[in-house]
Design a protein around this ligand. Sequence first.
Ligand code: PCA
Length: 325
Amino acid sequence: MKHIFSAAFCAVLASHVPAIQAQTTWKLATGYRAESFHTQNIMQFSRDVEQATAGKLVIQVHPNNTLAKLNEVSQAVQQGKAEAGETIMTSMVKEIPLAGADSIPFVVGSYSDAQRLWKLQRPGIEKHFAERGLKLLYAVPWPPQGLHSSKPIRGLADFRGTQMRTYNSTTLRIAEMLGAKPVDVAMVDVGKALSEGRMDNMITSALTGVENKVWGPIKYYYEINAWFPKNVVFVSNKAFEALKPDARSMVLKAAGNAELRGWEASQALATSATEELRANGVKIERIPQDLDLEIKRMGEKFSREWVRSVGNEANDIFVPYYLRP
Ligand code: PCA
């Protein structure tokens, strides 16, 4: 009886072979670790898509710069090396200056500000992505960017000549403004760079500090809430358009859910990561008021430079951003 059942089962399977052959696989490249909350969210997105499409669309996640380096992910997708990808949006500022709105210091001070900015920025970003053959799926912010340092920071002079870790052209410009020596270190190499004495300080989230176990070399963390950079997940238009319409809408629905889930996770981690730094002996301090004013002034200078270089598109998002409560 068991035998007959399995024979029948095999016959059913065999009759489904054409459907199995119609399976599509997308490779998704990211420069962040598999354990990162962004990557975990992508993996959930991939499972949701697989389930919704009954296995017809499989998204294979290639984390940790294995398929393409973080700053090259968008080119890799444009060139067809991967169908989909995730990168930090500011890694695309050279091609898409509007993406730089994500790391202008002291414009966005909370998750609700970050939501407002994203709503205003999204149509322009979608347009620029489309011009490059990319379809934007969703974006999720990192927790707010704070200052990690091996030495206490009491004034601007404490940055001068220090080795400041940078992760994109904006953090590079900020290091220059502070008179520090910029050192480009990928997120996944921060722990190594610290133990080798290649960096003294960095502006990034408390979470990135936790994920790289920076305690030891890093002794101070200042919650300056400088900006909320977003990671963006996208697919090549060609791969997206090759799907049947129902699968396309399933992908977009799963992407919408991934965006909501990601923003919630980011916000929860913003608090827990700072507490974890503290529990591991990092001193959580406030920067002195006059230094706070000075770096805010520097932020304004940076914004002016940015608005001037981007032009109308920058005004299109910042005028309504500042006018609406
Ligand atoms: N972590 C990433 C980008 C922003 C963040 O919080 C990094 O440090 O590279």
